[in-house]
Design a protein around this ligand. Structure first.
Ligand code: BES
Ligand code: MN
Ligand code: ZN
Length: 484
Protein backbone atom coordinates (compact mmCIF):
# COMPACT_ATOMS: atom_id res chain seq x y z
CA UNK A 1 0.00 0.00 0.00
CA UNK A 2 1.31 3.41 -0.97
CA UNK A 3 0.52 6.12 1.57
CA UNK A 4 1.26 9.82 1.03
CA UNK A 5 0.55 12.90 3.12
CA UNK A 6 -0.91 15.78 1.13
CA UNK A 7 -2.26 19.20 2.04
CA UNK A 8 -4.54 19.73 -0.94
CA UNK A 9 -7.04 17.53 -2.64
CA UNK A 10 -9.03 17.38 -5.82
CA UNK A 11 -11.90 15.00 -5.21
CA UNK A 12 -12.29 13.98 -8.83
CA UNK A 13 -8.74 12.53 -8.79
CA UNK A 14 -9.90 9.74 -6.49
CA UNK A 15 -12.23 6.77 -6.81
CA UNK A 16 -13.12 7.08 -3.15
CA UNK A 17 -12.82 9.33 -0.12
CA UNK A 18 -13.15 8.64 3.58
CA UNK A 19 -14.46 11.48 5.74
CA UNK A 20 -14.33 11.05 9.52
CA UNK A 21 -16.73 13.28 11.45
CA UNK A 22 -17.37 13.83 15.16
CA UNK A 23 -20.91 13.65 16.45
CA UNK A 24 -21.17 17.30 17.40
CA UNK A 25 -21.91 19.94 14.76
CA UNK A 26 -22.01 17.73 11.67
CA UNK A 27 -20.13 19.50 8.93
CA UNK A 28 -18.30 18.63 5.70
CA UNK A 29 -16.29 21.37 3.98
CA UNK A 30 -14.90 19.72 0.91
CA UNK A 31 -18.04 18.80 -0.99
CA UNK A 32 -21.82 18.87 -0.85
CA UNK A 33 -23.14 16.07 1.41
CA UNK A 34 -26.78 16.12 2.62
CA UNK A 35 -25.79 15.76 6.28
CA UNK A 36 -28.99 17.29 7.67
CA UNK A 37 -31.17 14.85 5.75
CA UNK A 38 -28.95 11.90 6.67
CA UNK A 39 -29.27 12.84 10.32
CA UNK A 40 -33.02 13.34 10.14
CA UNK A 41 -33.51 9.93 8.59
CA UNK A 42 -31.18 8.34 11.18
CA UNK A 43 -28.85 7.16 8.46
CA UNK A 44 -25.78 8.95 9.67
CA UNK A 45 -25.38 10.96 12.84
CA UNK A 46 -21.65 10.87 13.34
CA UNK A 47 -22.07 8.44 16.22
CA UNK A 48 -19.25 6.08 17.03
CA UNK A 49 -19.18 3.23 14.47
CA UNK A 50 -21.70 5.00 12.20
CA UNK A 51 -20.65 4.22 8.65
CA UNK A 52 -22.46 5.49 5.60
CA UNK A 53 -21.45 5.10 1.99
CA UNK A 54 -22.84 7.21 -0.84
CA UNK A 55 -21.80 7.83 -4.41
CA UNK A 56 -21.34 11.39 -5.63
CA UNK A 57 -20.75 12.81 -9.08
CA UNK A 58 -17.71 15.09 -9.07
CA UNK A 59 -16.75 16.75 -12.35
CA UNK A 60 -18.47 13.97 -14.24
CA UNK A 61 -16.74 11.24 -12.26
CA UNK A 62 -18.32 8.80 -9.80
CA UNK A 63 -16.66 8.96 -6.39
CA UNK A 64 -17.51 6.62 -3.52
CA UNK A 65 -17.73 8.54 -0.25
CA UNK A 66 -17.60 6.88 3.15
CA UNK A 67 -18.72 8.96 6.12
CA UNK A 68 -17.19 7.68 9.35
CA UNK A 69 -18.73 8.53 12.69
CA UNK A 70 -16.15 9.14 15.40
CA UNK A 71 -18.68 9.78 18.17
CA UNK A 72 -17.74 12.20 20.94
CA UNK A 73 -14.22 13.56 20.74
CA UNK A 74 -13.34 12.92 24.39
CA UNK A 75 -14.59 9.31 24.25
CA UNK A 76 -12.54 8.25 21.24
CA UNK A 77 -9.85 5.62 21.91
CA UNK A 78 -6.98 4.50 19.70
CA UNK A 79 -8.51 1.03 19.47
CA UNK A 80 -11.77 2.47 18.17
CA UNK A 81 -10.12 4.67 15.54
CA UNK A 82 -8.09 1.72 14.24
CA UNK A 83 -11.15 -0.46 13.83
CA UNK A 84 -13.52 2.18 12.46
CA UNK A 85 -11.02 3.23 9.79
CA UNK A 86 -10.37 -0.42 8.94
CA UNK A 87 -14.09 -0.98 8.38
CA UNK A 88 -14.42 2.19 6.29
CA UNK A 89 -11.58 1.07 4.05
CA UNK A 90 -13.31 -2.30 3.62
CA UNK A 91 -16.43 -0.54 2.29
CA UNK A 92 -14.29 1.09 -0.40
CA UNK A 93 -12.51 -2.16 -1.17
CA UNK A 94 -15.86 -3.87 -1.75
CA UNK A 95 -16.47 -1.26 -4.45
CA UNK A 96 -13.08 -2.09 -6.02
CA UNK A 97 -11.69 1.31 -5.05
CA UNK A 98 -7.91 1.27 -4.84
CA UNK A 99 -7.13 4.97 -5.11
CA UNK A 100 -8.60 7.01 -2.30
CA UNK A 101 -8.13 9.87 0.12
CA UNK A 102 -8.69 10.20 3.84
CA UNK A 103 -9.62 13.74 4.81
CA UNK A 104 -8.31 14.55 8.27
CA UNK A 105 -8.22 18.35 8.27
CA UNK A 106 -11.64 19.61 7.26
CA UNK A 107 -15.16 19.08 8.47
CA UNK A 108 -15.15 19.14 12.27
CA UNK A 109 -11.99 17.05 12.61
CA UNK A 110 -8.49 18.41 13.15
CA UNK A 111 -5.56 16.19 12.41
CA UNK A 112 -3.38 15.09 15.30
CA UNK A 113 -0.61 12.54 15.84
CA UNK A 114 -2.99 9.89 17.05
CA UNK A 115 -5.25 10.14 14.00
CA UNK A 116 -2.37 10.06 11.54
CA UNK A 117 -0.70 7.12 13.27
CA UNK A 118 -3.99 5.23 13.48
CA UNK A 119 -4.88 5.77 9.83
CA UNK A 120 -1.53 4.55 8.56
CA UNK A 121 -1.54 1.51 10.86
CA UNK A 122 -5.18 0.75 10.17
CA UNK A 123 -5.10 0.93 6.36
CA UNK A 124 -2.00 -1.25 6.11
CA UNK A 125 -3.31 -3.87 8.52
CA UNK A 126 -6.88 -4.00 7.24
CA UNK A 127 -5.63 -4.42 3.67
CA UNK A 128 -4.04 -7.77 4.49
CA UNK A 129 -5.53 -11.13 3.62
CA UNK A 130 -3.87 -14.54 3.69
CA UNK A 131 -4.50 -15.68 0.11
CA UNK A 132 -1.02 -16.84 -0.81
CA UNK A 133 -2.19 -20.35 -1.70
CA UNK A 134 -5.30 -19.34 -3.65
CA UNK A 135 -4.48 -19.30 -7.33
CA UNK A 136 -7.31 -17.11 -8.65
CA UNK A 137 -8.10 -14.57 -6.00
CA UNK A 138 -4.78 -12.85 -5.54
CA UNK A 139 -5.26 -9.12 -5.92
CA UNK A 140 -2.70 -7.33 -8.05
CA UNK A 141 -3.11 -3.57 -7.91
CA UNK A 142 -1.33 -1.81 -5.07
CA UNK A 143 -3.81 0.45 -3.27
CA UNK A 144 -2.92 4.14 -3.03
CA UNK A 145 -4.09 6.45 -0.29
CA UNK A 146 -3.50 10.17 0.27
CA UNK A 147 -3.98 11.39 3.82
CA UNK A 148 -5.06 15.01 3.67
CA UNK A 149 -3.63 17.15 6.49
CA UNK A 150 -2.76 20.85 6.73
CA UNK A 151 0.80 20.38 8.02
CA UNK A 152 2.61 17.60 6.22
CA UNK A 153 6.02 18.09 7.86
CA UNK A 154 4.60 17.64 11.31
CA UNK A 155 3.53 14.08 10.51
CA UNK A 156 6.09 12.63 8.07
CA UNK A 157 8.07 10.81 10.78
CA UNK A 158 4.98 9.45 12.46
CA UNK A 159 3.75 8.15 9.14
CA UNK A 160 7.04 6.38 8.49
CA UNK A 161 7.21 4.82 11.94
CA UNK A 162 3.56 3.73 11.87
CA UNK A 163 4.06 2.05 8.50
CA UNK A 164 7.00 -0.02 9.75
CA UNK A 165 5.04 -1.09 12.81
CA UNK A 166 1.96 -2.10 10.83
CA UNK A 167 4.16 -4.01 8.39
CA UNK A 168 5.84 -5.74 11.35
CA UNK A 169 2.37 -6.83 12.47
CA UNK A 170 1.84 -8.30 9.00
CA UNK A 171 5.22 -10.09 9.10
CA UNK A 172 3.97 -11.70 12.27
CA UNK A 173 0.57 -12.61 10.75
CA UNK A 174 2.21 -14.16 7.70
CA UNK A 175 4.51 -16.34 9.81
CA UNK A 176 1.56 -17.58 11.85
CA UNK A 177 -0.67 -18.20 8.82
CA UNK A 178 1.98 -20.22 7.03
CA UNK A 179 1.04 -23.91 7.47
CA UNK A 180 3.28 -26.26 9.46
CA UNK A 181 4.21 -28.33 6.39
CA UNK A 182 5.93 -25.18 5.09
CA UNK A 183 7.01 -23.41 8.25
CA UNK A 184 8.97 -25.71 10.55
CA UNK A 185 11.85 -25.03 12.98
CA UNK A 186 14.38 -25.06 10.14
CA UNK A 187 12.49 -22.87 7.65
CA UNK A 188 11.46 -20.51 10.47
CA UNK A 189 15.09 -20.01 11.47
CA UNK A 190 16.06 -19.38 7.82
CA UNK A 191 13.28 -16.80 7.60
CA UNK A 192 14.54 -15.05 10.75
CA UNK A 193 18.10 -14.99 9.36
CA UNK A 194 16.73 -13.36 6.24
CA UNK A 195 14.72 -10.78 8.22
CA UNK A 196 17.73 -10.00 10.41
CA UNK A 197 19.82 -9.18 7.34
CA UNK A 198 17.06 -7.10 5.79
CA UNK A 199 16.09 -5.11 8.91
CA UNK A 200 19.45 -4.96 10.67
CA UNK A 201 19.45 -7.18 13.75
CA UNK A 202 21.95 -9.92 14.56
CA UNK A 203 20.74 -13.52 14.30
CA UNK A 204 22.38 -16.61 15.75
CA UNK A 205 20.88 -20.06 15.20
CA UNK A 206 21.82 -22.97 17.46
CA UNK A 207 21.42 -26.48 16.06
CA UNK A 208 20.79 -29.76 17.90
CA UNK A 209 24.41 -30.36 19.05
CA UNK A 210 24.71 -26.86 20.51
CA UNK A 211 21.31 -27.07 22.17
CA UNK A 212 22.37 -30.38 23.75
CA UNK A 213 25.62 -28.79 24.95
CA UNK A 214 23.64 -26.08 26.75
CA UNK A 215 21.73 -28.81 28.61
CA UNK A 216 18.28 -27.83 27.40
CA UNK A 217 16.77 -31.22 28.25
CA UNK A 218 13.31 -29.79 28.80
CA UNK A 219 13.17 -28.16 25.35
CA UNK A 220 14.70 -31.26 23.72
CA UNK A 221 12.20 -33.61 25.38
CA UNK A 222 9.42 -31.86 23.49
CA UNK A 223 11.41 -31.67 20.25
CA UNK A 224 12.52 -35.31 20.06
CA UNK A 225 9.21 -36.75 18.83
CA UNK A 226 9.61 -34.89 15.53
CA UNK A 227 11.66 -35.91 12.49
CA UNK A 228 12.50 -32.24 11.99
CA UNK A 229 15.35 -30.97 14.16
CA UNK A 230 14.74 -28.13 16.61
CA UNK A 231 16.44 -24.76 16.34
CA UNK A 232 17.26 -22.22 19.03
CA UNK A 233 16.93 -18.75 17.53
CA UNK A 234 18.68 -15.74 19.07
CA UNK A 235 18.02 -12.18 17.83
CA UNK A 236 20.12 -9.31 19.16
CA UNK A 237 19.57 -5.61 18.65
CA UNK A 238 22.13 -3.42 20.41
CA UNK A 239 21.04 0.16 19.75
CA UNK A 240 22.61 1.71 22.85
CA UNK A 241 26.11 0.46 23.65
CA UNK A 242 26.41 2.86 26.60
CA UNK A 243 23.58 1.23 28.47
CA UNK A 244 23.83 -2.01 30.44
CA UNK A 245 20.06 -2.43 30.26
CA UNK A 246 18.82 -5.20 27.99
CA UNK A 247 15.18 -6.04 27.47
CA UNK A 248 14.60 -9.77 26.92
CA UNK A 249 11.77 -11.22 24.84
CA UNK A 250 11.03 -14.96 24.86
CA UNK A 251 8.47 -16.23 22.34
CA UNK A 252 6.84 -19.68 22.26
CA UNK A 253 7.85 -21.24 18.96
CA UNK A 254 5.95 -24.50 18.49
CA UNK A 255 5.63 -24.63 14.72
CA UNK A 256 3.08 -27.37 15.33
CA UNK A 257 1.43 -28.82 18.42
CA UNK A 258 -0.25 -32.19 17.94
CA UNK A 259 -0.33 -32.66 21.70
CA UNK A 260 2.24 -35.46 21.46
CA UNK A 261 1.25 -38.79 23.06
CA UNK A 262 -1.44 -36.87 24.97
CA UNK A 263 -2.84 -36.32 21.50
CA UNK A 264 -5.31 -33.56 20.72
CA UNK A 265 -8.57 -34.29 18.90
CA UNK A 266 -8.55 -33.07 15.26
CA UNK A 267 -10.72 -30.08 16.18
CA UNK A 268 -8.08 -28.90 18.63
CA UNK A 269 -5.18 -29.72 16.34
CA UNK A 270 -6.29 -28.05 13.14
CA UNK A 271 -5.22 -24.53 14.18
CA UNK A 272 -2.00 -25.57 15.85
CA UNK A 273 0.25 -24.13 13.16
CA UNK A 274 -0.43 -20.96 15.15
CA UNK A 275 1.39 -22.25 18.23
CA UNK A 276 4.34 -20.05 17.32
CA UNK A 277 2.38 -16.78 17.51
CA UNK A 278 4.45 -15.69 20.53
CA UNK A 279 7.63 -16.20 18.49
CA UNK A 280 6.04 -14.32 15.57
CA UNK A 281 5.24 -11.34 17.82
CA UNK A 282 8.86 -11.22 18.99
CA UNK A 283 10.22 -11.53 15.44
CA UNK A 284 7.87 -8.82 14.12
CA UNK A 285 8.77 -6.50 17.00
CA UNK A 286 12.52 -7.05 16.41
CA UNK A 287 11.97 -6.01 12.78
CA UNK A 288 10.24 -2.75 13.73
CA UNK A 289 12.73 -2.04 16.53
CA UNK A 290 15.74 -2.28 14.23
CA UNK A 291 14.08 -0.57 11.29
CA UNK A 292 13.37 2.43 13.50
CA UNK A 293 16.88 2.24 14.99
CA UNK A 294 15.64 2.55 18.56
CA UNK A 295 18.20 3.77 21.05
CA UNK A 296 17.90 0.71 23.28
CA UNK A 297 18.98 -2.94 23.63
CA UNK A 298 16.68 -5.88 23.01
CA UNK A 299 17.40 -9.61 22.78
CA UNK A 300 14.75 -12.06 21.60
CA UNK A 301 14.96 -15.85 21.80
CA UNK A 302 12.83 -18.68 20.44
CA UNK A 303 13.08 -22.38 21.20
CA UNK A 304 11.57 -23.62 17.93
CA UNK A 305 10.34 -27.20 17.60
CA UNK A 306 7.34 -29.41 16.80
CA UNK A 307 5.34 -31.42 19.34
CA UNK A 308 4.83 -34.70 17.47
CA UNK A 309 4.32 -38.42 17.98
CA UNK A 310 6.90 -41.14 17.31
CA UNK A 311 8.69 -44.00 19.04
CA UNK A 312 11.02 -41.33 20.36
CA UNK A 313 8.37 -39.03 21.87
CA UNK A 314 8.49 -38.07 25.53
CA UNK A 315 5.77 -39.67 27.62
CA UNK A 316 3.24 -38.78 30.30
CA UNK A 317 4.88 -40.02 33.50
CA UNK A 318 8.45 -39.15 32.45
CA UNK A 319 10.67 -37.14 34.76
CA UNK A 320 13.01 -34.84 32.86
CA UNK A 321 15.76 -32.33 33.61
CA UNK A 322 16.07 -28.71 32.49
CA UNK A 323 18.86 -26.24 31.72
CA UNK A 324 18.17 -24.51 35.03
CA UNK A 325 18.65 -27.84 36.87
CA UNK A 326 15.10 -28.31 38.15
CA UNK A 327 13.46 -31.68 37.43
CA UNK A 328 9.99 -31.87 35.96
CA UNK A 329 7.25 -34.49 36.11
CA UNK A 330 5.38 -34.77 32.81
CA UNK A 331 1.69 -35.08 33.58
CA UNK A 332 0.62 -34.34 30.01
CA UNK A 333 2.73 -34.04 26.86
CA UNK A 334 0.32 -31.40 25.54
CA UNK A 335 1.56 -28.97 28.20
CA UNK A 336 4.72 -28.65 26.09
CA UNK A 337 4.98 -24.89 25.63
CA UNK A 338 6.14 -24.23 29.16
CA UNK A 339 8.85 -26.90 28.78
CA UNK A 340 10.35 -25.16 25.76
CA UNK A 341 9.94 -21.74 27.37
CA UNK A 342 11.76 -22.51 30.64
CA UNK A 343 14.99 -23.43 28.84
CA UNK A 344 14.67 -20.33 26.64
CA UNK A 345 14.07 -18.27 29.78
CA UNK A 346 17.03 -19.83 31.60
CA UNK A 347 19.21 -19.12 28.56
CA UNK A 348 18.21 -15.47 28.11
CA UNK A 349 18.61 -14.71 31.82
CA UNK A 350 21.97 -16.47 32.37
CA UNK A 351 23.69 -16.19 28.96
CA UNK A 352 22.33 -12.97 27.44
CA UNK A 353 22.28 -11.14 30.78
CA UNK A 354 18.99 -9.37 30.14
CA UNK A 355 17.83 -7.01 32.87
CA UNK A 356 14.06 -7.39 32.34
CA UNK A 357 12.28 -10.30 30.73
CA UNK A 358 8.94 -10.83 29.03
CA UNK A 359 7.70 -14.14 27.70
CA UNK A 360 4.81 -14.44 25.30
CA UNK A 361 3.03 -17.63 24.33
CA UNK A 362 -0.08 -19.35 23.00
CA UNK A 363 0.17 -21.29 26.23
CA UNK A 364 -3.22 -22.38 27.54
CA UNK A 365 -6.69 -22.96 26.15
CA UNK A 366 -7.80 -21.69 29.56
CA UNK A 367 -6.81 -18.15 28.51
CA UNK A 368 -9.99 -18.15 26.43
CA UNK A 369 -11.98 -18.79 29.59
CA UNK A 370 -10.35 -15.77 31.25
CA UNK A 371 -10.96 -12.99 28.73
CA UNK A 372 -12.05 -14.65 25.48
CA UNK A 373 -10.66 -13.13 22.30
CA UNK A 374 -10.96 -9.60 23.70
CA UNK A 375 -7.71 -9.44 25.67
CA UNK A 376 -4.40 -11.15 26.20
CA UNK A 377 -3.85 -12.45 29.72
CA UNK A 378 -0.84 -11.58 31.87
CA UNK A 379 0.86 -12.26 35.16
CA UNK A 380 3.84 -10.42 36.58
CA UNK A 381 6.15 -10.16 39.59
CA UNK A 382 6.77 -6.44 39.16
CA UNK A 383 4.17 -3.64 39.21
CA UNK A 384 6.43 -1.05 37.58
CA UNK A 385 7.37 -3.25 34.62
CA UNK A 386 3.80 -4.46 34.22
CA UNK A 387 2.59 -0.86 34.11
CA UNK A 388 4.91 -0.18 31.15
CA UNK A 389 3.65 -3.29 29.37
CA UNK A 390 0.05 -2.28 30.01
CA UNK A 391 0.73 1.22 28.67
CA UNK A 392 2.33 -0.14 25.51
CA UNK A 393 -0.75 -2.28 24.87
CA UNK A 394 -3.04 0.72 25.46
CA UNK A 395 -0.96 2.85 23.14
CA UNK A 396 -1.34 0.25 20.35
CA UNK A 397 -5.05 -0.19 20.89
CA UNK A 398 -4.64 -3.75 22.15
CA UNK A 399 -6.13 -5.08 25.39
CA UNK A 400 -4.38 -6.97 28.18
CA UNK A 401 -5.62 -8.13 31.57
CA UNK A 402 -3.46 -8.97 34.60
CA UNK A 403 -4.37 -12.01 36.69
CA UNK A 404 -3.65 -12.35 40.41
CA UNK A 405 -0.88 -14.54 41.80
CA UNK A 406 -2.02 -15.95 45.13
CA UNK A 407 0.31 -18.06 47.31
CA UNK A 408 -2.01 -21.05 46.88
CA UNK A 409 -1.23 -21.17 43.15
CA UNK A 410 2.52 -21.35 43.78
CA UNK A 411 2.03 -24.64 45.64
CA UNK A 412 0.26 -26.22 42.67
CA UNK A 413 3.31 -26.40 40.39
CA UNK A 414 5.25 -28.56 42.87
CA UNK A 415 5.38 -32.34 42.54
CA UNK A 416 6.04 -35.15 45.02
CA UNK A 417 8.49 -37.03 42.77
CA UNK A 418 10.12 -34.10 40.98
CA UNK A 419 10.77 -30.40 41.65
CA UNK A 420 7.92 -29.27 39.40
CA UNK A 421 4.99 -30.68 37.42
CA UNK A 422 3.96 -29.44 33.98
CA UNK A 423 0.29 -30.04 34.78
CA UNK A 424 -0.58 -27.99 37.81
CA UNK A 425 -4.31 -27.70 37.20
CA UNK A 426 -6.63 -24.75 37.73
CA UNK A 427 -6.36 -21.84 37.24
CA UNK A 428 -4.52 -23.22 34.21
CA UNK A 429 -3.42 -19.92 32.69
CA UNK A 430 -1.91 -18.68 35.94
CA UNK A 431 -0.20 -21.92 36.99
CA UNK A 432 1.31 -22.30 33.50
CA UNK A 433 2.72 -18.80 33.78
CA UNK A 434 4.05 -19.42 37.27
CA UNK A 435 5.86 -22.53 36.03
CA UNK A 436 7.79 -20.35 33.58
CA UNK A 437 8.33 -17.73 36.28
CA UNK A 438 10.43 -20.29 38.21
CA UNK A 439 13.22 -19.56 35.73
CA UNK A 440 13.10 -15.75 35.54
CA UNK A 441 16.15 -15.29 37.78
CA UNK A 442 14.05 -12.92 39.93
CA UNK A 443 14.24 -10.23 37.25
CA UNK A 444 11.29 -7.93 36.58
CA UNK A 445 9.13 -10.29 34.57
CA UNK A 446 5.86 -10.28 32.64
CA UNK A 447 4.25 -13.39 31.15
CA UNK A 448 1.63 -12.96 28.43
CA UNK A 449 -0.73 -15.72 27.26
CA UNK A 450 -2.09 -15.02 23.76
CA UNK A 451 -3.90 -18.34 23.21
CA UNK A 452 -7.21 -16.44 23.05
CA UNK A 453 -6.07 -13.50 20.94
CA UNK A 454 -3.66 -14.89 18.34
CA UNK A 455 -6.33 -15.97 15.84
CA UNK A 456 -9.44 -14.23 14.57
CA UNK A 457 -12.47 -16.09 13.25
CA UNK A 458 -13.69 -12.97 11.44
CA UNK A 459 -12.48 -10.27 9.13
CA UNK A 460 -13.27 -7.19 11.18
CA UNK A 461 -11.73 -3.78 11.90
CA UNK A 462 -7.99 -4.18 11.47
CA UNK A 463 -8.21 -7.96 11.68
CA UNK A 464 -8.12 -10.47 8.87
CA UNK A 465 -9.32 -14.05 9.21
CA UNK A 466 -6.59 -16.17 10.81
CA UNK A 467 -3.54 -14.69 12.49
CA UNK A 468 -3.89 -11.34 14.26
CA UNK A 469 -0.20 -10.47 14.74
CA UNK A 470 -1.23 -9.78 18.32
CA UNK A 471 1.30 -8.09 20.64
CA UNK A 472 3.76 -7.28 17.84
CA UNK A 473 3.07 -3.55 18.03
CA UNK A 474 2.95 -3.41 21.85
CA UNK A 475 6.36 -5.13 22.03
CA UNK A 476 7.75 -2.42 19.75
CA UNK A 477 6.27 0.38 21.85
CA UNK A 478 7.56 -1.25 25.05
CA UNK A 479 11.10 -1.29 23.65
CA UNK A 480 10.66 2.33 22.57
CA UNK A 481 9.59 3.26 26.09
CA UNK A 482 12.83 1.67 27.42
CA UNK A 483 14.84 4.28 25.51
CA UNK A 484 14.03 6.86 28.15
N1 BES B 1 -0.85 -24.71 22.36
C1 BES B 1 -1.73 -25.14 23.37
C2 BES B 1 -2.62 -24.02 23.89
C3 BES B 1 -3.68 -23.51 22.96
C4 BES B 1 -4.93 -24.08 22.97
C5 BES B 1 -3.42 -22.44 22.13
C6 BES B 1 -5.91 -23.58 22.12
C7 BES B 1 -4.40 -21.95 21.28
C8 BES B 1 -5.64 -22.52 21.28
C9 BES B 1 -0.93 -25.68 24.54
O1 BES B 1 0.27 -26.29 24.24
C10 BES B 1 -1.79 -26.73 25.20
O2 BES B 1 -2.06 -27.71 24.58
N2 BES B 1 -2.16 -26.49 26.45
C11 BES B 1 -2.98 -27.39 27.18
C12 BES B 1 -2.38 -27.51 28.57
C13 BES B 1 -2.98 -28.62 29.40
C14 BES B 1 -2.63 -29.96 28.82
C15 BES B 1 -2.42 -28.50 30.81
C16 BES B 1 -4.39 -26.84 27.24
O3 BES B 1 -4.55 -25.62 27.33
O4 BES B 1 -5.32 -27.62 27.15
MN1 MN C 1 0.01 -28.35 23.73
ZN1 ZN D 1 1.17 -25.66 22.48
Amino acid sequence: MKILLKNKMEISKYDGIIIPIYEDKLKVDITEIPLEQLKESNKFEGKENDLYKLTILEEGKLVEVVLVGLGKKDKLSYRKILNILGESYRLLKNEKVSNFALVLDANNVDSNEQLVRASVESFIMSDYKFDHYKKKERSSEEPKVDIIVNEIDKYENIKKEAATIALANLISRKLVNEPANILNPKTLSKEVEHLGKEKGFEVEILKLKEIEKLGMESFLSVAKGSDIEPRFIIMRYIGNKDSDQILGYVGKGLTYDSGGLSIKPTSGMVDMKSDMAGAAAVIGAMCAISENKLNTNVVGVIAACENMISGNSYRPGDIINSMGGKTIFIGNTDAEGRLTLIDAMEYIVTKEKVTKVLDIATLTGAALHCTGAAASVAISNNDEFYKKVNESFDFSGEQIWRMPVFDEYKELIKHHEADLTNTAGNPGTITAGLFIGEFNGDLPWVHIDIAGTSLSTKEKGILSKGATGIATRPLYYLAKEQQK
